[in-house]
Design a protein around this ligand. Structure first.
Ligand code: GRG
Length: 309
């Protein structure tokens, strides 16, 4: 665990957790593992397209959440790294497909041209498909030091999360809701918990599964993750209005343009910010029994509302 300095704070409490150093270190470890995970092969074009988006940067929040949870529950970073990489592969493939002209039609992502703008729509679809399949292969073949039944649980959970019960389902309802002015809060909740929340929850839960956490601990971790997942999406909706294209690395103001229902459009900006803060507090409350060791997950929850990109 990284602290601002090694000494105890003057008030006797443990020193503040230095999230920016922690994120920097973890991000570098994840980037290196991702780079190693997918070497170039034949046909080169498809491997290049897959690597282009996988190694394009981003916050790497999903793998970091998985690693942090595994460590919190007594596991090691090595046990969780293949799953952490697979989670980023799945997230990246969902971004590639989301950016396609048939879906959100975006030209920029993570500050770079989108995959289809560089490689063409045909290759972008296949790059997404390639990453989707490889994520499962990678967890199954590369996970070490974890009992096989836990790995099987992780693979099942990943499949459920990205399929029609998760990301795909959320995307379908999102596409069907576009341009409709009468979207109810219930529908918006469905979209966000499936499109965004499901994968964030799975990152945390898989970290717990790999470490052998008890069912009761997994329950707590799930509640933590559901709360940060919804808060993450509320902040995403707010940033779409308040941040610039340079800050976001993608086109800003897309939701208004596409006449999408969002939390700020339903509740207003201030109430949305307050709701996100409330959810983060609720998430942090779930970690109470884990004490001092949950500092990385607490800091990651706070990062979600404080982020500007
Ligand atoms: C998963 C099989 C399968 C198909 C894809 C297109 C689709 C189905 C789902 C859309 C999922 C999607 C793009 C949800 C949005 C999630 C979201 C808020 C992304 C932004 O996450 P950040 O801010 O991005 O963490 P970085 O770039 O930092 O990783």
């Amino acid at each position: 665990m990284v602290a601002t300095d090694g000494r105890p704070a003057p008030n006797g409490e443990s020193p503040a957790f230095d999230l920016s150093t922690y994120l920097k270190e973890r991000k570098a470890q994840v980037e290196a593992a991702l780079d190693r995970s997918l070497p170039l092969g034949y046909p080169e074009k498809i491997y290049e397209a897959m690597r282009y988006s996988l190694l394009a940067g981003g916050k790497r929040l999903r793998p970091i959440l998985c690693l942090a949870t595994c460590e919190l529950m007594g596991g090691t970073m090595e046990m969780a790294m293949p799953t952490a990489c697979a989670l980023e592969m799945l997230h990246t493939m969902s971004l590639i497909h989301d950016d396609l002209p048939a879906m959100d039609n975006d030209d920029y992502r993570r500050g770079k041209l989108t995959n289809h703008k560089v490689y063409g729509e045909d290759m972008a679809i296949l790059a997404g498909d390639g990453l989707l399949a490889y994520a499962f292969e990678y967890v199954a073949t590369q996970t070490q030091g974890v009992p096989a039944e836990r790995v099987l649980q992780v693979i099942a959970r990943l499949g459920r999360t990205v399929g029609a019960a998760g990301l795909v389902g959320g995307q379908v309802v999102d596409l069907e809701s576009e341009g409709k002015s009468d979207i109810q809060e219930e529908t918006l909740h469905y979209i966000h918990t499936h499109k965004t929340g499901a994968l964030l929850e799975t990152c945390v839960v898989c970290g717990g599964i790999l470490a052998g956490a008890t069912d009761a601990d997994i329950e707590r971790l799930s509640r933590y993750a559901q709360n940060i997942g919804l808060a993450f999406q509320i902040i995403d909706d707010i940033l779409d209005i308040t941040a610039t294209q340079e800050e976001l690395g993608k086109t800003a103001g897309k939701d208004l343009q596409a006449q999408k229902a969002t939390y700020p459009s339903l509740w207003g900006l201030e109430a949305s910010k307050a709701k996100a803060q409330e959810l983060i507090e609720e998430a942090i409350a779930q970690l109470e029994p884990f004490g001092e060791r949950s500092q990385p997950l607490i800091a990651l929850a706070n990062f979600i509302t404080a982020r500007t990109y």
